[in-house]
Ligand binder design. Structure first.
Ligand code: CP
Length: 311
């Protein structure tokens, strides 16, 4: 994400204000009255698109949704031209989800209104990183400081494919957490250490020391073409020998959950593949803060939209 700690904390404090706000005078529900937020989603989404829509509506804004498959992109129009045309229709802010890394940046360079990256290929998903930090701070009782110092967060699985991992790593380490990336070498290459984390390949050795374990979805769809790789990065290679082998080494099973540190949390950005990277009983169990992550998304995105629109 690249934002300094004080900027992240300011956004997170604003998100807390949004989460705590009661309806009525002085509340946030008219902050963006008369404004329009356009969600341009050129890749599928459940949580992020709905969450941006709910956030915008809770601030009083109108929302337009444009799905890539139902747009003139299918006739050959570029994503940047699509955004320029949507801006010309009079929208005040654009959120962008795309399969290719760098699309949100390219659109932000072309249009005049604020643009939020809602996930671009394997590159970044900044509001997800913020909501993950918020949910962890909430679970750890640190909403007053948003200081994650002393906490160790293990991010586990298909890290090479994951924009969420990059943004969560950046956000949480900036706020003071120690981040350990864990996976087989094809999915957790040693080069990830350049992003400020430790890289390990033995989950069972890391598990008893982690205060939070964030499991990632196996993104099979990103393993074969490399079109969405961040500039200069190779696509994951060697990936996994088999799902059975991956589960044996890296799935968060009930047996592994039992060996987690007392009080440690289970996280997952979604969508989950129950029975692959995480057992259903673990996802639904007492350590899980997965739905708290989703809930935090609305408050975080309210804060981001309000900041970007200057209210
Ligand atoms: N976490 C996340 O980005 O989920 P969606 O793909 O459903 O938006």
């Amino acid at each position: 994400m690249g934002l300094p700690a004080d900027t992240l904390r300011r956004l997170l404090r604003r998100a807390r204000t949004m989460a705590d706000a009661k309806p009525g005078p002085g509340g946030p529900e008219r902050l963006l009255a008369g404004r329009i937020v356009a969600n341009l989603f050129f890749e599928d989404s459940t949580r992020t698109r709905t969450s941006f829509s709910v956030a915008a509506k809770r601030l009083g804004a109108g929302v337009v949704d444009l799905m890539g498959f139902a747009s003139s992109v299918s006739k050959g129009e570029t994503l940047v031209d699509t955004a320029l045309n949507v801006e010309a229709l009079g929208v005040d802010a654009i959120t962008v989800r795309a399969r290719q890394a760098g699309v949100a940046r390219a659109i932000a360079d072309a249009v005049s209104c604020p643009v939020v990256n809602a996930g671009d290929g394997r590159h970044e998903h900044p509001t997800q990183g913020l909501l993950d930090a918020y949910a962890l701070a909430q679970a750890a009782g640190r909403l007053d400081s948003f200081d994650l110092a002393g906490l160790t967060v293990a991010i586990v699985g298909d890290i090479a494919s994951s924009r969420v991992a990059r943004s969560a790593m950046a956000g949480m380490s900036t706020l003071g957490a120690a981040v350990v990336c864990v996976g087989p070498p094809g999915l957790a290459p040693s080069g990830l250490a350049a992003l400020g984390c430790r890289v390990e390949h033995d989950l069972d050795a890391v598990l008893p020391h982690a205060d939070a374990v964030m499991m990632l979805r196996m993104q099979f769809e990103r393993h074969d073409d490399g079109k969405d790789a961040p500039r200069g990065e190779a696509r994951p290679s060697g990936v996994i020998a088999s799902v059975r082998e991956f589960r044996a080494g890296y799935a968060l099973t009930r047996e592994r959950e039992a060996r987690m540190k007392p009080g440690a949390f289970v996280m997952h950005p979604g969508p989950m593949n129950r029975g692959l990277e995480i057992d259903g009983e673990v996802a639904d169990g007492p350590r899980s803060i997965i739905l708290e992550q989703v809930r935090a998304g609305v408050a975080v995105r309210m804060a981001v939209l309000a900041e970007l629109l200057g209210v």
